[in-house]
Unconditional design. Structure first.
Lengths: 871, 397
């Protein structure tokens, strides 16, 4: 068998497709017939020094893939499968793996290191394989450098796989000790040193206790900083990556080291190779991220509650840091604007400068202005572009008071550069900067408008003209127009854009038809801008928006006229469908919002729906999502009339609810079910069996992304509210699910912020479901069916109140549920309610809430309870 | 080299438009859900009820307004409430001849263009409902008990009902009439009293003030007493949609009434001639009539006017039922009148109306529209009538 495996593994890498296919099939067959033997023979192959490196490496990779997968549910299955495996086999496999770490063949060692970490990731949390860390650590001291290197690599992967609480502090200390020793400059072997630094990168999350110990932290920081000055580029890069990670993980511990770090990073940004310089810039970007978060928290409601104090590193380093960043801006690459994924020192420097501006606000302006003034008119395009980029980068952060006077002076210059500068890079950045100006300094909240009746016409003319420029410039011009329109979002009944509306729309449509509209994001940018122009339009231009409907419909129709397409073309087609559906959605939402405009729009409803149904016939996730979103808006606009589309649409609704993989589609579809319920009210009943079945399946699935679950609960409420007492038949399924979800979400002890946020959204969904059900049964003869569930609902309310971690939205929904309970069940629930904590302390707290909507709900609840008790 | 995953790509906006579309949709859905739930809750605290005892089919019963206690009102289901509201507004007839004593007995004012609605303020919430009973807004206002403020602005269970037009342009409720205020009913008061009271009350409560946290929309009383030339020519803060004439002595009466009249011409309204379902003004005038059991096509008046009939074969063929609203065009034969009464209408069947339709056209509307196409009642006609001195009492000997 073993011989055969070698050949299979080599054949599986053959250039000959049929040989490869046959080998893959055989391997698969082997795996299915006898998994333990299969895994064991793979580990044997990997460990066998007599085998070719290629077969050993592939053996290791297959082994690794048998232990882990990207999809959560698949991963879970694989973990279970490994745990169920016979202990003897597992122990044989593991000993093969550990043995391979000493192999002279680098690929074999490295693959084994990864597999060991995967096994550890499964077993350590189960308290299995307790001897692993000990045996790895003992490796480090005695053996030749390549074994030491492989062992450190394994420790690194292990720290990446295993969560810190699965390793006890004693072992953490030991791991860090060997890692830090391996990093130190006294380590003569660079491979060992590099492996150690990379291991530290993964082990940082384990080092909480060590970072709290001054001596240990000093030591760790010293070796990291030393490594950052190593002669070896790879070592410097790895060390800077550690520094970046430390910046966000241990921000509050950095004060003593900042002087040294500044010197090191400044030197790296100015002198080092690009990869290292980028990490050095990233260090400062990360520091900015931290300080922005802390300062935001300071500015928020909970002043002084912040766990972390701001050390104002950026402010202190400002005078020295800004010039370094400005220098980087002059190191642009030719054609960087054409390359979507480009990232270079100039881009990173500008990004960091933008973050610095957000961190320190006004203080950055005087430090950047001289650079701009000096370079903006220089003959070298790099200088003009850098100056413009610097200006654009600092527009978010400083106060409008500080920026507006400067922008007023600069605006004319920018507009003329956008049309006249001979260099495309300069024009690209200029258009982007104009967009930033409109994004941050233009809008109804600004005291001094930068767009006035005097310059509005000129600005629009220039932007529309730029839309005929090369694709990247045209795209940025669309972007600028996007924010220009957005600034007039709540302008009132009359918009300064009204006179230009037709012209703007025409220009944008022309852009979408450009032959090169597929380059970059040009077509997308044009449609997105069209969307924003429509969204921010006023009633004055309602007829023009209405005229746009048949235009976009025709576009969509044309793309649906199917000729046979290659898969590449199909993908592009799919993108275009998405854009057009998105555009129609925005228009429908706009016109559907007012009765007058809705009336005119409804003449197109049948045809639009027909087009959407055809879009569903195409297989592309984003498109389905866009068409779904659009249909939700259509249902909202149509109201009960939407019923006529249901027979045809229903199967797609069901498909959407079944789409676990593309959970966004599922999520959007759930929202559309809600729209349909509100539109059709009890006419949705014939479809409810199918919808409910699907929703309940979704809820019990562990494959579905968790973010979809809260909206599903809310959706149950929408259904119940729409069909009233006909919800009876679903009670016995829905209620137990709500009940168990309620129990799970009642307590958040030990959860992090993200988890608390999720829990609150789950609570809100559950509570909305309860509200909908209670309200739906109100006034029916079947309210008594709900009485058995009342105690649990009250208990849930009490427990989340006691937990004291609900957000305002949950508070409002929860207190409303209490009122609905009283309102629907009346005297049946009077005593029960009176005995609950919620009806006293919680209600009183809500009654005195600062939040108007909580107070409103609470007063209604108080009234409902008074009635229930007195009845 | 690729940027770190979490860094915003070079020169890109922070949020994608698709994300924005998603978020806006979620906001709209959350708001709709909240509104739907609030609607159910508000129902329990809205001061309305039925005269009849718990009918199963609300559409079949005559519903009359009178304020009643919450317990009875709360038994009404969503559709009943909508039907109830659909019948509460006083609906002016269209002016097809000029009433006597126009200058003395009638107020005339410019009608704001917008959504006609009932605004009900009670228990700390204000709800506006359109003519078909659907909710337009649910909001806090400075009307008595119209918002949850710290100081109660009236007895806990008092309520107010105003007859308004919501004008989109300046987001203002133009109050054209007052039905109830602070728990008192003004149904049975003459128009001059209601208008006087309305003005002073709006002023008093601050409801005519600019919007604020506890007062989402401004309420503004229309000027009732300006006289014809001013109503016709003076600029108004709102877009005009015709003129309204209210008889000074008339009580507030639900449904069609000849004591309130509407008149339009192209100068004071964008919507003189009716549009069809596509929003265009059709070549031939179209009317919407209700089909009766016996095949007669009637108007919404009480008693109804019969405009024509469909034979039973035709009805069967089209699958129509009694109670359906049908759309007909007026053929070249037009309408013929004998002694001011309709004698014959030359109608052509076009089709069935959408189910959203709640009313057939009224007789006066059809005739006004007919006149507008053929021999309209002009402003000059009105002016002459308005300048005519009050007629002398006729001696009968």
């Amino acid at each position: 068998m073993a011989m055969e495996v070698t050949q299979l593994l080599l054949n599986a890498q053959s250039i000959d497709g049929s040989v490869r296919k046959q080998a893959e099939d055989s391997l698969k067959q082997f795996q299915e017939q006898n998994l333990p033997a299969f895994l064991f023979s793979l580990s044997g192959e990997l460990a066998n020094e007599d085998k070719p490196a290629d077969s050993r490496k592939l053996a290791g990779l297959i082994l690794k893939n048998a232990l882990d997968a990207k999809e959560q549910h698949r991963k879970f299955e694989l973990v279970q499968r490994w745990l169920m495996l016979d202990a003897t086999v597992k122990s044989q496999i593991k000993s093969c793996l550990l043995k391979t770490l000493s192999s002279p063949v680098p690929d074999a060692r490295s693959t084994a290191a990864q597999v060991v970490a995967k096994v550890a990731g499964i077993e350590l949390p189960q308290k299995q394989w307790p001897e692993l860390i000990g045996s790895l650590l003992s490796n480090v001291h005695q053996l030749p450098p390549h074994v030491k290197q492989a062992t450190l690599e394994t420790l690194g992967y292990l720290c990446e796989e295993v969560s810190p609480d699965a390793v006890d502090q004693d072992n953490v200390n030991k791991i860090l000790t060997v890692v830090v020793q391996g990093m130190s400059s006294s380590e003569g072997n660079n491979d060992v040193r590099l492996a150690a630094i990379r291991a530290l990168y993964n082990a940082l999350g384990f080092a909480q206790a060590n970072f709290s110990n001054d001596m240990e932290r000093d030591y760790i920081m010293r070796v990291v900083c030393e490594a950052a000055l190593s002669k070896e580029e790879k070592i410097r890069l790895a060390a800077f990556e550690c520094l970046v990670s430390i910046a966000s993980m241990y921000y509050e511990k950095l004060t003593p080291y900042m002087n040294d770090i500044f010197t090191i990073t400044a030197k790296a940004v100015r002198e080092d190779v690009e990869s290292v310089a980028l990490q050095a810039i990233e260090f400062w970007s990360s520091i900015c991220d931290e300080e922005i978060d802390i300062l935001e928290e300071y500015a928020g409601e909970f002043t002084g509650d912040s766990d972390v104090q701001c050390s104002y590193f950026v402010k202190q380093a400002l005078n020295a840091l800004v010039p370094i960043l400005l220098e980087t801006l002059l190191k642009q690459e030719e054609d960087q604007d054409q390359d979507e994924g480009a990232w270079n020192i100039a881009m990173a420097g500008g990004t960091c400068l933008g973050l610095v501006a957000r961190t320190v606000g006004d203080d950055i302006v005087p430090l950047v202005m001289p650079f701009i003034e000096e370079n903006i008119t220089k003959p070298d395009w790099r200088q003009r572009e850098a100056a413009t980029y610097a200006f654009g980068s600092i527009l978010e952060g400083p106060s409008p008071d500080k920026l507006t006077p400067i922008v007023n002076v600069a605006l004319n210059f920018m507009l003329s550069a956008l049309t006249k500068d001979p260099n495309t890079h300069v024009k690209d950045t200029t258009a982007w900067t104009l967009g930033r100006i409109f994004e941050f300094l233009h809008g109804s909240t600004m005291d001094a408008p930068i767009i006035t009746p005097a310059n509005c016409q000129q600005i629009i003319t220039v932007l529309l003209q730029s839309m005929t420029d090369v694709p990247n410039v045209a795209g940025k011009a669309c972007g600028a127009l996007y924010f220009l329109a957005q600034g007039y979002e709540d302008v009132g009944p009359s918009s300064p854009l009204t006179p230009y509306f037709q012209e703007i729309v025409q220009a944008l449509l022309t852009v979408t038809h450009r032959e090169d509209a597929g380059e970059g994001r040009l077509r997308t940018a044009a449609y997105e801008t069209l969307n924003e122009v429509v969204r921010c339009s006023t009633e004055e231009t309602a007829t023009l928006v209405l005229q746009l409907v048949p235009v976009i419909m025709l576009e969509l129709h044309n793309t649906l006229e199917g000729q046979k397409l290659s898969s590449d073309e199909r993908e592009k087609q799919g993108e275009l469908h998405g854009l057009l559906c998105g555009c129609l959605q925005v228009i429908i939402q706009k016109l559907g919002a007012s009765d007058q405009t809705k009336y005119g729009f409804m003449q197109f409803a049948d045809q639009i729906m027909g087009l959407f149904l055809r879009v569903f016939a195409c297989k592309s996730a984003t498109v389905h999502e866009e068409a779904m979103l659009a249909i939700g808006s259509l249902a909202y606009a149509c109201g009960p009339e939407f019923a006529k589309y249901m027979p045809e649409f229903y199967k797609y609704l069901e498909m959407g609810l079944q789409n676990f993989e593309e959970y966004q589609v599922c999520s959007v579809t759930v929202g559309v079910v809600g729209d349909i319920c509100r539109a059709l009210e009890n006419k949705v009943l014939p479809y409810c069996d199918g919808i409910m079945t699907q929703l309940l399946k979704d809820l019990s699935s562990n494959q579905l992304h968790r973010s979809v679950k809260p909206p599903i609960f809310s959706c149950l409420g929408d259904i119940a509210l729409a069909i009233g007492q006909d919800f009876e038949k679903y009670l016995m399924y829905a209620m137990p699910m709500l009940q168990s979800a309620a129990e799970l979400s009642a307590h958040t002890a030990g959860a992090d912020d993200e988890m608390i946020e999720y829990t609150n959204s789950l609570r809100n969904g559950i509570l909305e479901a309860y509200s909908g059900i209670l309200q739906g049964f109100k006034n029916s003869t079947k309210t008594q069916l709900l009485i058995p569930y009342a105690p649990h609902i009250l208990q849930f309310l009490d427990s989340i109140y006691v937990e004291k971690d609900m957000d305002d939205l949950v508070m409002r929904t929860a207190i409303g549920v209490l009122g609905d309970l009283a309102d629907t069940l009346g005297s049946n629930a009077g005593t029960m309610i009176q005995n609950s904590v919620s009806s006293r302390d919680f209600l009183n707290e809500c009654l005195s809430s600062e939040d108007g909507s909580i107070k409103e709900s609470a007063e209604w609840t108080k009234l409902a309870i008074t009635r229930a008790i007195s009845a | 080299m690729a940027p770190p995953d979490f860094r915003r790509p070079f020169k890109r906006a922070a949020v994608s438009d698709q994300q924005r579309r998603r978020e806006l949709t979620l906001q709209r859905q959350a708001q709709s859900r909240h509104d739907a739930q609030q609607r159910v809750r508000n129902l329990a605290s809205t001061i309305i009820s039925l005269q009849s005892q718990e009918p199963d089919d609300a559409a079949d019963v005559v519903l009359e307004p009178y304020p009643l206690d919450i317990r009875r009102a709360s038994r009404m289901r969503g559709e009943q409430v909508r039907n109830w509201f659909a019948r509460q507004l006083m609906l002016p007839e269209w002016m097809i001849d000029i009433p006597d004593n126009l200058s003395q007995d009638w107020y005339v004012f410019a009608r704001p263009a917008g959504k006609r609605c009932f605004v009900v303020a009670s228990n700390g919430t204000t709800v506006s409902r359109q003519r078909n009973g659907s909710i337009l807004h649910c909001f806090p206002s400075a009307l008595p008990n119209g918002a949850k403020t710290r100081e109660p602005s009236g007895p806990a269970h008092s309520y107010s009902i105003l007859d308004c037009i919501f004008h989109e342009g300046d987001q203002t409720y133009y109050v054209i009439d007052m039905v109830c205020w602070g728990g008192c009913s003004y149904y049975d008061c003459p128009a001059d009293f209601r208008f006087y009271w309305l003005n002073s009350k709006l002023e008093e409560t601050g409801a005519s003030g600019p919007p604020s946290y506890y007062h989402k929309y401004r309420f503004s009383a229309v000027t009732h007493e300006k006289g014809l030339p001013a109503a016709y020519t003076d600029a108004t803060p709102y877009v005009k949609d015709g003129l309204l004439f209210y008889n000074k002595h008339a009580h507030y009466q639900s449904g069609n009434t000849p004591l309130a009249l509407v008149w339009k011409d192209a100068k004071c309204s964008q919507y003189v001639l009716d549009t069809d379902s596509t929003g265009e003004v059709p070549d031939q005038q179209q009317v919407v009539l209700e089909l009766q059991e016996d095949g007669n096509l009637i108007t919404s008046d009480d008693p109804p006017i019969i405009f024509g009939r469909l034979n039973s074969e035709f009805i069967q063929q089209l699958g129509l039922h009694s109670g359906n609203f049908v759309r007909c065009a007026i053929n070249d034969g037009g309408l013929s009148f004998v002694e001011g009464k309709l004698e014959k209408a030359d109608l052509k069947y076009i089709g069935k109306c959408s189910r959203g339709r709640a009313f057939a056209d009224s007789y006066s509307k059809v005739v006004f529209q007919y006149m507008a196409r053929h021999s309209p009642l002009t402003y000059d006609d009105l002016l002459v009538a308005a300048n005519k001195p009050p007629s002398d009492v006729e001696m009968a000997g």
